[in-house]
Design a protein around this ligand. Structure first.
Ligand code: ADP
Ligand code: TRP
Length: 331
């Protein structure tokens, strides 16, 4: 079976954009492929420098994926930090990575440009972790012989860099030591709108949390920005983020009949929000219960991740052994 591998960066708490845009599609893929999904905690360290915040984010993301339905018997699910082979492979890869390749990475270039625009030194505030980010990501991928890597469009350059680095090693040792991975960008994934109608994103502060209490979920939904149309006026469902969100949670019969009510007039935004809350809460309640149960039982969560790490290390140690032999460091 082909191997699908992806990393999830634990920065912040999960929102419903992450659920529909990343978690659900990845869980679907896991039904067809040999999936290896991990929490990229050392990637998060580049930006999250508060220990308890990072710890909370890692736990929250792990519990979130499991609560959303990730089956740890099917998917190898682990923390990056539990697989030390990653860091050894990253060191090996560094010796084959031209510095110029890192200079061309979009994320690094964007950070330099921001500095320059502010009149600061180009490298101000940029740590080596950010600069060499693509090498660590290549190690994550190449360690597990991934055939393809489901990622958002912004990450495809990183996967191409993993291809380049793997190619350089295979060429040097005249051997197919590392599998060349391909990026898999899912084009049909929904872009979930946020409270203000822009793309939901933690950087815009317009999110609806995936695992809040019922009352917090309701409060967020009630905060969705609307236009000033009165209760009686007919409304266009296709131009309303309330309806776009409703469709994600409702079945098609429900969506059709609510669309007709929007168009017919007589339904105010407050009621539209209540309808959204109803279907959102219906889908999210069981997830919330599973999430809370996992958070309340950290030993169980740790046990699941530890058994994932064990499976991951079995694969990873084989790759590192193969590499060590080829490079001549196999004493
Ligand atoms: P954020 O934009 O909140 O920082 P991340 O960049 O951490 O979110 O995204 C993690 C995953 O969730 C990515 O795969 C990303 O494509 C997906 N995602 C985030 N926001 C949305 C959204 N509004 N609609 C669809 N997918 C999203
Ligand atoms: N860079 C990815 C992101 O920001 C996270 C990530 C780390 C990753 N390592 C990976 C994704 C390996 C895919 C494969 O979302």
């Amino acid at each position: 079976m082909k191997v699908a591998l992806t990393g999830i960066k634990p920065t912040g708490i999960l929102h419903i954009g992450n659920y529909f845009g990343a978690i659900r599609p990845a869980l679907r893929l896991a039904e067809q492929y040999d999936a290896r999904y991990f929490i990229a905690d050392y990637h998060a360290l580049n930006t999250v420098k508060d220990g308890s915040e990072l710890r909370r984010a890692i736990t929250g993301i792990a519990a979130g994926w499991l609560a959303a339905g990730l089956d740890p018997e099917r998917v190898v699910f682990y923390r990056q930090s539990s697989v030390p082979e990653t860091f050894e492979l990253a060191t090996i890869l560094s010796a084959f990575t031209p510095k110029g390749l890192m200079n061309r990475a979009h994320a690094y270039k964007a950070a330099v440009q921001q500095n320059t625009e502010k009149g600061e030194d180009g490298d101000a505030g940029i740590n080596m972790g950010l600069f060499t980010y693509p090498v660590l990501m290549a190690a994550d991928i190449l360690l597990f012989d991934a055939d393809f890597v489901p990622v958002g469009r912004d990450q495809t350059q990183h996967v191409e860099m993993a291809q380049d680095i793997a190619g350089a090693i295979n060429y040097n040792y005249k051997k197919e030591l590392l599998k060349i991975p391909a990026a898999a960008v899912q084009e049909d994934v929904a872009v979930v709108p946020g409270l203000d109608g822009r793309k939901m994103s933690k950087s815009y502060g317009n999110t609806i949390p995936l695992f809040s209490t019922e009352s917090v979920l309701r409060k967020h939904i009630m905060r969705i920005v609307t236009n000033s149309q009165g209760v009686d006026e007919p409304k266009d469902p296709d131009n309303s983020q309330i309806f776009t969100l409703y469709k994600l949670f409702a079945d098609s019969g429900e969506a059709d009949s609510l669309a007709a009510r929007y168009r017919g007039g007589g339904m105010g935004w407050g009621e539209a929000k209540e309808e959204l809350f109803r279907v959102a809460n219906r889908e999210l309640s069981p997830l919330r219960e599973r999430y809370n149960a996992l958070i309340a039982e950290p030993e169980r969560l740790d046990g699941i991740l530890a058994s994932g790490a064990e499976k991951a290390r079995t694969i990873a140690s084989r790759t590192v052994k193969r590499l060590r032999k080829a490079i001549g460091i196999d004493f």
